[in-house]
Design a protein around this ligand. Structure first.
Ligand code: ADP
Ligand code: MG
Length: 721
């Protein structure tokens, strides 16, 4: 193999002897590295999943110690987070008993004293650290009765830095307690890595990015990046390595997603919706209750194109709450019917399925198609009739909860599957549907609330993607305010005036995941409280919660929908989809307990008609910093896309529901929150390359192709399909 520096040489791309770049030395089992051996090898495998030399190379330091940057102890204040100081270790003291037992020693420099504390490994610390010696200490500082303190510091004998003025950055690696106990702490791992590097040549870490990509994005080469992520010659070199490796990670992921998508376009057969026929046209020209927004029209065009090409459509439709996704679903279903295919629409809850069914049935009154509702409560004869109808194609549209539709239903010729409120619908479930017919049906996934663009790009990058970023005309923005407990009476008065104007109101209580019982009691208490402000018979109240049997839920819901009741008291079961345009106030109790996208989704239940709507976020007097930030965000904006961004920023990608299982977000160095620009860059670059050369057969893409091949099966990406 050629040394990495020579890769710039154009000749390499024409050379036919480059076939596989998996380096043999990197696949050497870790115990063969000098200084490891079987025992430590075992630990490294178990604790850090380091099996080979290559895995150790991929175990990046989480920080570097710069020995030239030692702080004075007196500079530590309440704002200090992590700090590095040096000083003389004083005598040990053992304080406390049993679980509170701890080892304490002070570290003194000429400016002050820092208390060091250990709760674990006490005897090891006592044996290995010597009072009177000078140590270099790193860790997070805290304050304990006004004095600075550091718990479980990283500590080592102090060796004066070389006085050549150069930066000297020593890597520290993530390690576990078990590893530390066996003498493999965060810095000793660095010694192993150093040992490894002494055995590596540049061509052991071959380039995997096309030359043009490297040049265009001013990236350093791969070998250099690996050297400097571990042992940077300077802070600048470190940052350049980080950029290169982040880009590589994001780019490789994007290439994979693009290849999956293109492969599907190319190879998957799809039912063909050739024509726009009578059903669609009749509905569109004579029964559409409003004119479509520009965004709705655009998405329908996209779906038309997708479904007419003979390949399976797999499209994610992102639209804010209330942007009118339902009508897009309906028009797509009519398109399927025009071409002789059945459709199913799946909702996450019974209430929603019921509501979709009612809504669609009303819209389709004059259109000659059969529509059925299939949920867990549909039993006996009716169920038999529907199942038979789907099998002989006398029923064209079925609406239901996805659990039901997934499991038992067989279709004569299913052509389109629409999944509403994707957040609760996993990748695996999606795949299950495709097995329902020989030629997989087209799939349209509609999100309940927007997800940030970066997240969509990574978690759903294998899907085609539509955005509806326009609300139907005439909507008035919802006014959102924050009130605390003390203002409850005036909040109730406000709700009263709205009801007197003929409007309706929601009171929402949080569902506490850990304790269903608690949530239930909260709700009951809340119900009583609301009732005392709004006494019967003057006011009528519906209540809906998870413990009710579906029929009762449905009846209570229906009373509110028809305007028979003034107030709906509910847990978050109404979270998604419910449509009562006459409701203009929503009061959310303990709103600090809700996540941002959930609050936004809830709020989307009001502001659906032409009247001005309000959302009142109630909290106790004390709200955490993050809770406060969520509430401020809600009061500041109605834009679901902006809220989704904020949500991602506050919670991190792992917690955004529905994406966790995708495994698509486990980046090692890159972050979809902090590296947005690089991600965009990686995405467009990957798209260009994959469009131009979907098989990666061109000489310039050979390195990339070989790399992808060598990585097969190594990570979640390669399994996504
Ligand atoms: P979501 O995208 O949240 O599912 P819906 O499909 O429930 O939104 O639509 C929200 C409301 O807006 C419904 O009452 C619907 O009838 C109405 N609507 C949808 N599209 C339009 C439009 N183009 N013009 C006016 N009203 C519309
Ligand atoms: Mg909806």
């Amino acid at each position: 193999m050629l040394p990495n520096q020579k890769i710039k040489d154009q000749k390499i791309y024409n050379s036919s002897d480059i076939i596989h770049t998996t380096s043999s030395i990197l696949s050497t089992p870790i115990e063969y590295l000098k200084g490891v051996g079987p025992l430590r090898g075992d630990l490294l495998r178990k604790e850090l999943e380091i099996f080979s030399f290559g895995d150790l190379l991929d175990h990046f330091p989480h920080r570097h110690i710069d020995k030239t940057r030692v702080n004075k102890i007196s500079t530590i204040n309440y704002q200090t987070d992590f700090v590095q100081v040096a000083g003389v270790l004083q005598q040990f003291d053992i304080l406390g008993e049993k679980r509170a037992k701890r080892l304490v020693a002070h570290l003194k420099d000429e400016t002050g004293s820092l208390e060091l504390t250990w709760f674990q490994g006490i005897s090891w610390v006592q044996k290995n650290l010597v009072p009177g010696q000078k140590y270099l200490v790193f860790g997070r500082t805290g304050f304990f009765s006004g004095r600075p303190q550091m718990v479980h510091p990283e500590i080592e004998p102090f060796i004066a830095a070389k006085a050549d003025g150069k930066e000297y950055l020593e890597p520290v690696y993530p390690a576990t307690e078990k590893l530390k106990a066996r003498g493999l702490n965060g810095r000793q791992l660095g010694k192993l890595t150093y040992q490894l590097f002494s055995q590596l040549k540049p061509d052991d870490i071959p380039e995997n990015l096309p030359e043009a990509v490297i040049a265009a994005n001013q990236l350093i080469n791969r070998y250099e990046a690996y050297c400097n992520i571990h042992f940077p010659v300077s802070q600048v070199a470190y940052e350049r390595s980080l950029k290169r490796l982040k880009f590589e990670e994001l780019f490789i992921a994007q290439v994979r997603l693009n290849l999956i998508r293109l492969e599907r376009h190319k190879s998957s057969r799809g039912v063909v919706f050739e024509k726009v026929g009578e059903l669609f046209n009749d509905f569109y020209n004579h029964h559409l209750p409003f004119s479509l927004t520009g965004a709705q029209k655009r998405v329908i065009r996209e779906i038309r194109t997708d479904t007419g090409r003979g390949h399976q459509m797999n499209r994610l439709l992102q639209g804010d709450v209330g942007s009118g996704k339902t009508i897009v679903a309906l028009l797509s279903m009519l398109l399927a019917a025009d071409n002789g295919y059945q459709s199913c629409l799946m909702a996450p809850t019974e209430i929603l399925a019921q509501q979709h069914y009612n809504g669609l049935k009303a819209l389709l009154k004059e259109i000659p198609v059969e529509i059925a509702l299939l949920t867990g409560t549909v039993k006996g004869k009716e169920r038999k009739r529907i199942l038979a109808g789907l099998l002989d194609d006398s029923i064209h549209f079925v609406v239901g909860t996805h659990a039901v539709i997934e499991d038992v239903v067989q279709f004569k010729n299913l052509g389109l599957v629409i999944v509403d409120e994707q957040h609760r619908f996993g990748v695996a479930q999606r795949a299950k549907l495709w097995e329902k017919s020989l030629i997989p049906p087209h799939v349209l996934v509609m999100t309940a609330t927007p997800i940030p663009r970066t997240l969509a790009m990574t978690a759903y990058g294998d899907l085609d993607y539509s955005v509806m970023d326009e609300l139907p005309p005439g909507r008035q923005p919802i006014t959102t305010v924050h009130r605390n407990e003390g203002a409850r009476a005036s909040v109730m008065d406000f709700v009263k005036t709205e009801i007197q104007k003929g409007r309706q109101a929601y009171f929402i209580y949080p569902l506490i995941e850990e304790s269903e019982k608690l949530s239930y009691e909260d709700l009951m208490q809340g119900y009583e409280q609301v009732k005392s402000f709004f006494p019967e018979p003057r006011y009528r109240i519906s209540m809906v919660h998870g413990r009710q049997p579906p029929e009762q839920k449905e009846t209570n819901m229906q009373r509110f929908v028809t305007g028979d009741t003034h107030i709906m008291v509910s847990t978050t079961v109404i979270e998604v989809g419910v449509n009562v345009p006459n409701a203009t106030v929503m009061v959310i109790e303990s709103s600090e307990k809700f996540g941002l996208s959930q609050l936004h989704q809830l709020r989307g239940r009001v502001g659906r008609g032409s009247e001005k709507s309000f959302c009142i976020l109630l909290t106790g007097a004390k709200v955490s910093k993050e809770g406060k930030e969520r509430i401020n965000t809600m009061c500041a904006t109605n834009d679901g896309f902006a809220i989704a961004e904020k949500d991602l920023e506050l919670r991190g990608p792992g917690d955004i529901s529905g994406t966790r299982q995708s495994g698509a977000l486990n980046f090692k160095v890159a972050s979809i929150v902090n590296d947005k620009e690089l991600l965009e860059l990686a995405k467009t670059t990957a798209e260009q390359i994959c469009e131009e050369d979907p098989e990666l057969d061109m000489a310039k893409n050979l390195l990339l192709k070989n790399y992808l091949r060598s990585q097969k099966g190594k990570n979640a990406w390669s399994r996504i399909s």
